[in-house]
Write a new protein. Structure first.
Length: 322
């Protein structure tokens, strides 16, 4: 009988863990509380003509590659035309002075980063993985020979989510308390459409600003040059406004307009919140041999790539399967 493994979380780390487990002959079920898969690969659709239903990334902004294992996956996405190279050069705003900085190649997608999760889950479904969205797990209990995921019994469980989310569903208080020590930044993410040509910048890191940390030209990121902009706030600003975040839409957009010196009319805008956005690097704690936790937090450089790689390494934790 194949080992029966539950993965809780259909974000990028849960997806890569599912690939690893199915390749090792496990029977895999993925549960996710969200209506849509992909977790922090957040997406919104524009409402107004001429951009009705055009997607905007409002979570992760782009991904980069430094490891050959992730490069292999990216090569597959590229061969399927799901992604494209965007830019290696961002502008930097620092006390009203604007410079540029060149770093690794940033990759974007035509249909939003979430489209990668949708693609991967379709592939996993073909391989026999059961994918259940809108299934919020309330309780995980590890016993000697099995794990209870709500009322269903599994041989092992993978918590593919931020530690502070995992802490909410674990019955073991000692483990939950340790996971609750993880430190997570928050963010508000706003988007808006202007009534003119797309601005000249690809993206701008905004340093030492009381509100904004990153402004992205979504038209350039997506490659259609639509005048759509995404603004991400800093964590301090976001944490104080998570509850009434919608009230701060105008303020966030106005700051981005000022920084990019945009005079045109804003014809559509919206905002979302990420109370759990990005982790400080965390130490992985000891878990029972039938339980693993994966995600972006267990790396010096938390991001999409590190979440993918952590999922790939899931078997290092699941001693019960070895
Ligand atoms: C605003 C923002 C900007 C970012 N920018 C970048 C960037 O530019 N580049 C980059 O590389 N990374 C960026 N990131 C980080 C990137 O999004 C993450 O590293 C990556 O998506 C993490 O994937 P994950 O699978 O580990 O976790 P997640 O994507 O958080 O997935 C966890 C999943 O678990 C599910 N879940 C949680 N609890 C339960 C439960 N009880 N029952 C069922 N399901 C549950 C959630 O619904 C979610 O789908 C950004 C993130 C944010 C929020």
């Amino acid at each position: 009988m194949p080992a029966k493994v539950a993965i809780i979380g259909s974000g990028i780390s849960g997806i890569s863990a599912a690939h690893k487990l199915i390749a090792n002959n496990c029977a895999v079920t993925i549960f996710d509380q969200g209506k849509n898969p992909g977790g922090r690969l957040g997406l919104r659709s524009l409402r107004n003509s001429p951009f009705v239903n055009r997607p905007v990334d409002v979570g992760a902004a782009y991904f980069t590659i430094s490891d050959s294992v992730f490069q292999e996956k990216v090569d597959q996405w590229q061969s399927l035309n799901l992604i494209h190279k965007w830019t290696d050069t961002f502008h930097v705003f620092n006390d009203y002075e604007i410079t540029t900085t060149t770093g690794p190649m940033r990759y974007g997608t035509k249909n939003g980063l979430r489209s990668l999760a949708i693609h991967e889950l379709a592939e996993l479904t073909k391989l026999g993985v059961k994918v259940l969205q809108e299934r919020k797990i309330e309780k995980v209990i590890s016993n000697l020979n099995s794990v209870m995921v709500d009322i269903e019994e599994f041989d092992a469980v993978v918590l593919a989510m931020p530690g502070i989310q995992a802490a909410r569903i674990l019955e073991n208080d000692e483990i939950a308390n340790q996971l609750n020590k993880q430190n997570w930044a928050s963010a508000l993410s706003a988007w808006f459409v202007i009534d003119s040509d797309t601005p000249k910048y690809d993206a701008m890191f905004v340093n030492n600003h009381e509100v904004v940390s990153l402004i992205i030209n979504d038209g350039k990121r997506r490659g259609d040059n639509a005048p759509v902009i995404n603004v991400i706030t800093n964590s301090t600003y976001a944490k104080e406004r998570l509850e009434n975040f919608a009230n701060y839409l105008d303020e966030v957009v106005d700051h981005a307009l000022e920084i990019w010196n945009i005079q045109s009319e804003v014809v559509e805008k919206g905002i979302t919140r990420w109370s759990i956005a990005q982790p400080s690097p965390s130490v992985r704690i000891d878990l029972p041999s039938n339980m693993a936790i994966v995600g972006d937090a267990y790396s010096d450089n938390p991001r999409i790539e590190s979440a993918w790689l952590d999922g790939v390494a899931v078997l290092n934790q699941l001693q019960v399967l070895n």
